[in-house]
Design a protein around this ligand. Structure first.
Ligand code: FAD
Length: 474
């Protein structure tokens, strides 16, 4: 008998509950990935990174991975028919689109008497499972994180020995879509997945399961001990950089949590802090599961009447923000890092997002959409709820009056100005923290760095006025 394993956000072979279920239920497993036009249309860097990951997975399956482009319900149903698979195994999806798509696939398979079997998920605890004592979901992080921790998770499942991969029933059908590791396309994609800004760190090895494990273990060895103190420092750049690997499921969070629990520093403040960050990822997926509309609408209504700017003048300001030309060095460094690397440090994500919402008065979904287009780790739940947190419309009623000051944030978290100089050559001549305030140096603008597009103090007051009006206190 043959079953299908349909890979989606789980591009690995170890600790893969759906793969284990497929192996146990049949003699051979046909590994399949469907390049869904609805998802491909969404973004350049993510698709490039996906192809790099697929190239690695294809190599890990000895070339058995079947890659097709097309409408998933049709592609999966046709493949299941042609190999006569009674079951199609998947990891449970939790995004609104993924859930709808899986409903269509389930129905389509059922018409042929076949079954979609969901086992595990991309999370340590499947979204929807952590509930409070009254059986309600959490909207606030801290109690969620406590309950998530208490809930616990199964031990990682390991990698099945000797998986018998089934042969592609129609090898010619996928030839043109297959991100074969030797093809120029795959090569470009793998090169593009570099960790470092110079593009060299990723040559050949940054995408895929082996790269994810290597990254995790390097972090555990070199950077975990300083994580608690340094995680907010974009200049030091010592966070794990696991987000992109987690996004494609090249490593399962349970693997990370289990190895961390066995580590001598498991009880350290740094390790606890790291687990808390993973819990944020799980929390946001859980929120999206319970409130799918929170992907693009305010989760809380408190600011429903908020006044945002749009129109040509605002578009020009937004363009400057996207290009890293706002005249605020910390913001511009982040936006340039985003374009160059498809990744940005968490502290800088908060400050750049805050700048768009609170200095330029733009509604958060427009910024969230731009981030999703640019980020290699672009994840609907973490990104859009991260934006809502900054905008004050989401979980954790973060005080609406918190407005990040882009200059003091820079001086605090990039105290020597190294991060700013790394991304803004026009400021390379300014020493130390002076790079954060070119307006204070006589030669600050000598190399073409732009003047500030808005006055932060003034826009902060404007934001507070608008928030107060929206809340009915103004
Ligand atoms: P580390 O500090 O090493 O953290 C380890 C892991 O914990 C991360 O890989 C990630 O999976 C998780 N994590 C850490 N912080 C958060 C957080 N605040 N929310 C959710 N998960 C977290 N993360 C994404 O994975 N995809 C996104 O599209 C995304 N967009 C964001 C947009 C905004 C406006 C903000 C404020 C945050 C966003 N984040 C997003 C969260 C966070 O910035 C990144 O996960 C983190 O910077 C990734 O770097 P790292 O792997 O080195 O993180």
């Amino acid at each position: 008998t043959i079953s299908i394993l349909w890979f989606r956000r789980d591009l690995r072979l170890a600790d893969h509950p759906a793969l284990l279920a497929a192996v146990e239920s049949s003699d051979e497993v046909l590994p399949v990935f469907v390049r869904d036009p609805a998802l491909l249309a969404r973004g350049g860097v993510r698709v490039e990174r996906l192809d790099a990951s697929l190239a690695a997975l294809s190599a890990d399956t000895g070339g058995a991975l079947v890659i097709r482009t097309g409408e998933p319900a049709e592609v999966i149903a046709e493949l299941a028919e042609s190999v006569d698979a009674a079951q199609v195994h998947v990891s449970r999806e939790s995004t609104p689109y993924g859930r709808r798509r899986d409903d269509w696939v389930r129905e389509r398979l059922a018409r042929g008497g076949r079954e979609l079997v969901e086992t595990g998920s991309p999370y340590a605890v499947g979204p929807g499972r952590v509930l409070n004592k009254s059986g309600e979901p959490y909207r606030v992080f801290t109690p969620f994180a406590r309950a998530w921790h208490d809930h616990g998770w199964p031990e990682p499942g390991g990698r099945p020995d000797d998986i018998a991969w089934a042969a592609d029933p129609d090898p010619d059908a996928g030839a043109s879509n297959n991100a074969d590791p030797g093809s120029p396309d795959a090569d470009r994609a793998v090169h593009g997945a570099a960790k470092g800004g110079d593009g060299s760190a990723g040559r050949g090895g940054e995408a895929g399961e082996q790269a994810a494990l290597a990254r995790w273990r390097a972090f555990l060895r070199d950077d975990l001990s300083s994580y608690g103190d340094q995680r907010d420092r974009p200049d030091l750049d010592t966070t794990s950089r696991l987000s992109v690997h987690l996004k494609y499921g090249e490593i399962h969070p349970r693997t990370i949590l289990a190895e961390l629990a066995d580590h001598p520093a498991a009880e350290s403040e740094s390790a606890r802090r790291f687990v808390t960050e993973l819990a944020w990822r799980e929390f946001y997926a859980d929120v999206l599961w319970h409130w799918p509309r929170s992907a693009w609408r305010d989760l809380r209504d408190a600011l429903a009447g908020m006044d945002y700017d749009e129109g040509p003048e605002t578009a020009t300001l937004v363009e400057a923000w996207q290009q890293g030309l706002t005249g605020y060095p910390f913001v511009d460094a982040g936006m340039r890092q985003l374009r160059a690397e498809g990744w940005m440090h968490n502290r800088v994500r908060m400050v750049t997002a805050s700048f768009l919402v609170k200095d330029l008065h733009v509604w958060w979904p427009s910024g969230a959409r731009y981030f999703l287009e640019q980020l290699r780790d672009g994840d609907l739940a973490s990104n859009n709820h991260g934006w809502q947190w900054v905008a004050g419309t989401g979980t954790d009623a973060s005080p609406y009056f918190r407005v990040f000051n882009p200059v003091t944030q820079g001086v605090k978290f990039d105290p020597d100005g190294d991060y700013v100089r790394r991304w803004i050559p026009e400021l390379a001549h300014l020493a130390g923290a002076a790079a954060h305030e070119p307006w204070r140096s006589a030669d600050g603008y000598d190399y073409g760095y732009p003047e500030r597009i808005v006055d932060h103090a003034e826009e902060r007051r404007e934001t507070l006025r608008r928030y107060e009006r929206a809340r009915g206190d103004g």
